[in-house]
Design a binder for this molecule. Structure first.
Ligand code: NI
Ligand code: MN
Length: 230
């Protein structure tokens, strides 16, 4: 399985047959290494309805005829943006797709969305993390979240090969809490995300990886545009 980091919380996961995109925030993202129009995928996982996660989902889904998997509220809203293939999941619920299994996990965060030109927030359900299992590997993408003891359960109930954890602070947990989160989920490899995109979430990812190493946890400050094989 190959994982490519497309900045912020966006990752492209490639199995031998399928390409799965997570949280595609590319347009308006100063660090995005690719244009939304150049991304090819079979499925898109959206952790929650904030603009920096839902991002280009509607355009990419329509251009690729991709299946979007997210909360009931996000899928309903996307269907009104012309997305034809949506699959809603609730927290704690999973489903076996042709490319693998997706399960939504608890995240402690919000999920309101402000459509362009609107002064009001649209209710888009609750924030989630995702567990993606394909070809015998399980990836945990935590979405945006605070540190929570629920992560212990995620580590107990799953053998996590790769965990993507936010380290930006300000809107999510910061690096110190993310080290504890990494201990909770017991991942074979931790990839930091949700940092440096904007000034309030500036962080030193190499320092985070060093802090993980002190706890005996393997981390990789994956570069934007870099692909790793797991
Ligand atoms: Ni968010
Ligand atoms: Mn975010």
């Amino acid at each position: 399985m190959k994982i490519t980091y497309l900045s912020h919380s966006c990752f492209l996961v490639e199995t031998s047959e399928y390409t799965i995109l997570i949280d595609p925030f590319l347009t308006g993202n100063p660090l995005a290494p690719v244009k939304a129009a150049d991304v090819r995928c079979d499925a898109i996982l959206v952790t929650h309805g904030h603009g920096d996660h839902i991002g280009d989902t509607a355009d990419i889904a329509k251009a690729n005829d991709a299946t979007v998997i997210s909360s009931y509220e996000v899928i309903d809203w996307l269907s009104r943006q012309g997305v034809k293939k949506g699959h809603p999941l609730g927290l704690g619920g999973g489903f076996n797709f042709p490319f693998g299994r997706v399960k939504l996990t608890v995240a402690l965060h919000s999920a309101g969305y402000k459509p362009e030109g609107s002064e009001d927030f649209l209710y888009l359900g609750v924030a989630a993390g995702v567990l993606l299992t394909a070809e015998g590997k399980t990836i945990y993408h935590a979405g945006d979240t605070a540190l929570t003891l629920d992560m212990q359960l995620i580590g107990q109930r799953n053998r996590i090969d790769v965990a993507m954890l936010p380290i930006g602070d300000n809107f999510t947990m910061g690096p110190e809490d993310a080290v504890l989160a990494a201990e909770f989920v017991k991942a074979g490899l931790v990839l930091p995300m949700h940092y440096n995109t904007f000034p309030p979430i500036k962080q030193d990812a190499e320092a985070f990886v060093a802090a993980l190493a002190e706890k005996g946890i393997k981390g990789n400050a994956i570069k934007i545009g870099e692909t790793i094989t797991v």
